[in-house]
Design a protein around this ligand. Structure first.
Ligand code: DMJ
Length: 440
């Protein structure tokens, strides 16, 4: 599968997902920084040579703006900041320029899908009345600020600052941000709110935008802590058995379900604890710890000790998937990501123990001849493999595990923030335009 997007580790072929159109090389680009951090020098060199010779954005491809941004732009930016190799900076900026036509909408809220040859955009046909998705247009900020920083062209930062402006003008139901926003009318679509799929990394990027700005982005800070307050009031609940979970909100009604994707929020709450207003630092750490515990329970209550895609707190169950189509595990990182943040911020050894349980389960159930595969039902006695190794397994799951068992001075939080695909980006220090300092 070398040079293709993803790997089918059982059939040992390439796997192509329509998220990347016919841009190729998702796994190579997503894994560059992981190779670098793990000191896999030969492999990094080979991957760099592939990028130099073959990574091509002059293709007729309809791509997901969000996926290409977090995996390709994010991957290239991190590879540049870690290695200093110019090719990665050039390719990141070239790709960023290709994404700019996505913002040609009446409000400047970008389309979800873009043909990078014609510059024509559109939205997912299933998204509420032609809406753009909160977690998609809200997860461009970190990369686009860095694109402006590295290219000297302010246009990238202007595009994402405009998204902020549009959001700030809108009324928020109960202080919450719906998952759908129409890019033509500038109005919300359906009032569905989620800290998992469709919403998740929007909240993550508010906090990280503030951290990445060396805590100068006061707007990002306020939006983040206000949002957390509304989330606590309306979405966070405790089960009868004492497990804290984050429910989904549909027009005021709660669905007592939590996605694997939502488990990243434990790490986010802990990362944001330090800046929490009104002496709430301890409370935010505690919230992170409770989410980590709940997500660990979702793993521990399966036969394979790997968590399902979504688990419920209703109908007499707690932290268990009840629907067949929610029982799969596709090598996602969010639970391990939260263990890594909790470990770094508390040094409670249980997070390393929980991480090690996940390592053992991955080796036992997901390891196959040609790599690692997702599992169709984590409650079953026997593995039914989906034969896909998602590119985020190398960029996120393995990187966060590696960091969980490394010293804190490997990519220290004082200098780096991780984009939502675990690509580290340096904090832009206010007193220092000097890139070398930022690269520490
Ligand atoms: C990744 O692409 C990113 O972590 C994204 O934020 C959510 N989905 C996958 C991993 O589950």
């Amino acid at each position: 599968a070398w040079g293709l997007n993803e790997l089918k580790p059982i059939s040992k072929q390439g796997h192509s997902s329509n998220l990347f159109g016919n841009i190729q090389g998702a796994t190579i680009v997503d894994a560059l920084d992981t190779l670098y951090i793990m000191e896999m020098k030969e492999e990094f060199k080979e991957a760099k040579e592939w990028v130099e010779k073959n990574l091509d954005f002059n293709v007729n491809a309809e791509i997901s703006v969000f996926e290409v941004n977090i995996r390709f732009v994010g991957g290239l930016l991190s590879a540049y900041y870690l290695s200093g190799d110019e090719v990665f900076r050039k390719k990141a900026v070239e790709l960023g320029e290709k994404l700019l036509p996505a913002f040609n909408t009446p409000t400047g809220i970008p389309w979800a899908l873009l043909n990078i040859k014609s510059g024509i955009g559109r939205n997912w046909p299933w998204a509420s009345g032609g809406s753009s998705i909160l977690a998609e247009f809200g997860t461009l900020h970190l990369e686009f600020v860095h694109l402006s920083h590295l290219s000297g062209n302010p246009v990238f930062a202007e595009k994402v600052m405009n998204i902020r402006k549009v959001l700030n003008r809108l009324d928020k139901p109960e202080g919450l941000y719906p998952n759908y926003l129409n890019p033509s009318s500038g109005q919300w679509g359906q009032h569905h709110v989620s800290i998992g799929g469709l919403g998740d990394s929007f909240y993550e990027y508010l906090l990280k935008a503030w951290l990445m700005s060396d805590k100068t982005d006061e707007d990002g800070k306020k939006m983040y802590y206000d949002a957390v307050q509304a989330i606590e009031a309306h979405l966070i609940r405790k089960s009868g058995g004492g497990l804290t979970y984050i429910a989904e909100w549909k027009g005021g009604l709660l669905e007592h379900k939590m996605g694997h994707l939502t488990c990243f929020a434990g790490g986010m709450f802990a990362l944001g604890a330090d800046g929490a207003p009104n002496d709430k630092t301890g409370h935010h750490i505690e919230l992170g710890a409770e989410i980590a515990r709940t997500c660990h329970e979702s793993y521990d209550r399966t036969r394979m000790k790997l968590g399902p895609e979504a688990f419920r707190f209703d109908g007499g169950v707690e932290a268990i998937a009840t629907r067949q189509n929610e029982k799969y595990y596709i090598l996602r990182p969010e639970v391990i990501e939260t263990y890594m943040y909790m470990w770094r911020l508390t040094h409670d050894p249980k997070y390393r123990q929980w991480g090690w349980e996940a390592v053992e389960a991955l080796e036992k159930h997901c390891r196959v001849d040609g790599g690692y595969s997702g599992i169709r039902d984590v409650y079953n006695n026997h593995e039914s493999h989906d034969d896909v190794q998602q590119s985020f397994f190398l960029s996120e799951t393995l990187k966060y595990l590696y960091l969980l068992f490394s010293e804190d001075d490997l990519l220290p939080f004082e200098h780096w923030v991780f984009n939502t695909e675990a690509h580290p980006l340096p904090i832009l220090h206010k007193d220092d335009g000097n890139k070398e300092e930022n690269q520490k």
